[in-house]
Write a protein that binds this ligand. Structure first.
Ligand SMILES: [Zn+2]
Length: 361
């Protein structure tokens, strides 16, 4: 049972008489109530409203487990959380379901991706570091770039994804993103939740654009002081997808570019051959740890070999049709590594490419 609902029931037993009077007549009609009780009734009102939202989601099968943003009491300023994975390296996450990686050196910090930007990401990052900040987008998709607007700094992105990123962040694009936030499919439970925090201004959000985009250069290296990050071009998922190789840690941050479930059916994706070459190129990077954009699991070199095995033995005809409401008529198929089914998606060794005929060559 959601915490707010439990609280609501407890409060209801205790304050039933007051609540009935409050709901029918309003708090001002209860002159004898003391200030403390007034505050408690006010909180009860909020709790009732939240519980109603969460209940309606539960009734439509839309939520379970960890709860929606309102139930968690998430506000713009209290929306994200971080996990420290190495000295000066934080993985930032929240209900958005996408990882943003913050690297803090001795001279500068670098933020890799900005997520949906529903919460106050800038404030969260600034609590972790006050150093000069460099921002880099892994690719142009909205779930990695929609928070760009919060930052005054230049936003580095591969030139091949620049126009696409602006399109994604048009008013129409951002309106779609905001609406997705109200009905977001959350993994691994695969349930829909409202992940929009309290205090979110949708009207302002949809007009914020893509931020000050600046073209990345091939082979660009960011020296943050004690942390060296090398840009690696990884075309496939999009033409301008990149990864960052953390040389000191031998850790490879690849966002969506190399993934256990790689989308290759969007118009902005390359063909399969290009993606295959990207996988082979990744083999030449001397990484020991692989961090992807949507999973907390830390991959290894074997993880990359699993992805390669999937692509080298891909059989489109054996793939499972992937026509979801979000992507109708895409003609895409989910082509899994041999021996795995769609139910195995979070099992070790699973790898799949979601691709349509247009991208097969
Ligand atoms: Zn993507």
């Amino acid at each position: 049972m959601p915490t707010c609902l439990r609280l609501c029931i407890q409060m209801r037993c205790r304050w039933k008489r007051w609540r009935t009077k409050y709901e029918t007549e309003g708090i001002s009609t209860i002159p004898s109530v003391c200030a403390k009780r007034r505050a408690k009734l006010g909180r009860l009102r909020t709790s009732l409203a939240t519980a109603a939202t969460c209940r309606s989601e539960a009734e439509t099968g839309a939520r379970s487990g960890t709860g929606c943003a309102k139930e968690r009491g998430m506000t713009m300023n209290k929306y994200y959380e971080e996990t420290k994975v190495a000295d000066g390296v934080y993985r930032i996450n929240g209900l958005e379901g996408v990882y943003m990686d913050l690297f803090v050196g001795t001279k500068a910090a670098l933020l890799f991706d900005t997520g949906y930007g529903f919460g106050d990401l800038k404030d969260f990052v600034r609590q972790l570091t006050k150093l000069p900040l460099i921002i880099v987008n892994s690719h142009g998709h909205m779930d990695h770039t929609s928070g760009n607007y919060q930052f005054d700094e230049d936003i580095y992105i591969h030139p091949k994804d620049m126009d696409f990123c602006r399109e994604t962040n048009s008013v129409e694009g951002r309106l779609r993103t905001a609406r997705e936030g109200r009905d977001k499919i959350c993994y691994p439970e695969r349930v829909k939740r409202n992940i929009i925090p309290e205090g979110f201004d949708e009207d302002a959000y949809i007009r914020k654009g893509a931020g000050k985009l600046k073209a990345l250069e091939a082979g660009q290296v960011f020296d943050l002081g004690g942390i060296t990050l090398e840009v690696v071009e990884l075309p496939g998922h999009t033409s301008g997808s990149i990864g960052l190789f953390h040389k000191e840690e031998k850790a490879f941050y690849v966002s969506d570019a190399l993934n256990h479930f790689t989308y290759l059916f969007f118009p902005e994706a390359t063909n399969l051959q290009t993606y295959k070459q990207t996988l082979y190129k990744a083999r030449t990077i001397p990484f020991e740890k692989l961090y992807t954009g949507h999973l907390p699991v830390v991959g290894t070199r074997q993880t990359l070999e699993d992805y390669i095995d999937c692509v080298e033995n891909l059989d489109f005809e054996q793939g499972v049709p992937y026509d979801t409401p979000m992507f109708p008529d895409s003609g895409a198929r989910m082509c899994m590594r041999k021996g795995y089914t769609p139910e195995d998606i979070f099992k070790p060794g699973f790898a799949a490419v979601v691709i349509n005929k247009e991208h097969l060559n």
